[in-house]
Design a protein around this ligand. Structure first.
Ligand SMILES: [Zn+2]
Length: 196
């Protein structure tokens, strides 16, 4: 069975548990409980900021945070990351005892504490490729970026249905205009503190 990521890479789903034979998303009541829980959680996480960026900038400067592209951990105890900050999580997991919290909802809290204490991966640490050499490393190793992107495209039209089913509501009144987004991109490239 093929495993796929949707929306954010990291969490993996058995393709035929969530997609029908014609590659449409299955009705939620036909999806087993565990992947359904992850799927619904995932929908609420897409477009959230990277946790490490957020710890750096806080709510006041949330526009400077990168949007998360990666999710590790368990639903409700997950860590969201941008590619720039993924090495911090990998380093903590592999070298700083983070793997002790694998599968626990404490996973995210422990990582956040480590980051908040001023820790980060050494410069140039660990690309994803580096970790993929170790099959016992992180759970749900991201790979198959292309598969994910294809599925994201397919998934786009289903997203609103899922939001409705999940009882989620689109955030009102805080939608960022494209102009603000462009400005914030400029800010990010000009002011971002380092190329870690
Ligand atoms: Zn980040």
């Amino acid at each position: 069975m093929a495993k796929v990521s949707i929306g954010l890479r990291g969490w993996r789903f058995e393709e035929d548990e969530i997609f029908s034979d014609d590659e449409e998303l299955k009705p939620l009541d036909e999806i087993p409980e565990d992947p359904r829980e992850r799927l619904l959680r995932l929908v609420s996480l897409v477009e959230e900021p990277c946790d490490v960026c957020y710890l750096d900038y806080g709510e006041e400067e949330i526009h400077r945070c990168n949007e998360a592209q990666i999710v590790y951990g368990e639903p409700d105890g997950e860590v969201l990351l941008c590619p720039e900050h993924e090495p911090d999580l990998l380093y903590w997991f592999r070298e700083e005892g983070g793997s002790d919290h694998k599968g626990s909802v404490e996973f995210a809290d422990r990582f956040h504490e480590w980051v908040a204490a001023g820790n980060e991966a050494p410069e140039g640490y660990g690309s994803v490729e580096h970790v993929e050499e170790d099959p016992d490393g992180l759970p749900d190793l991201p790979d198959q970026q292309e598969v994910q992107e294809r599925l994201e495209a397919d998934f786009e039209g289903e997203r609103i249905d899922i939001l409705e089913l999940a009882g989620q509501e689109e955030r009102d009144g805080e939608e960022i205009t494209e102009e603000e987004l462009a400005d914030s991109d400029l800010d990010l490239s000009a002011d971002y503190p380092s190329d870690r």
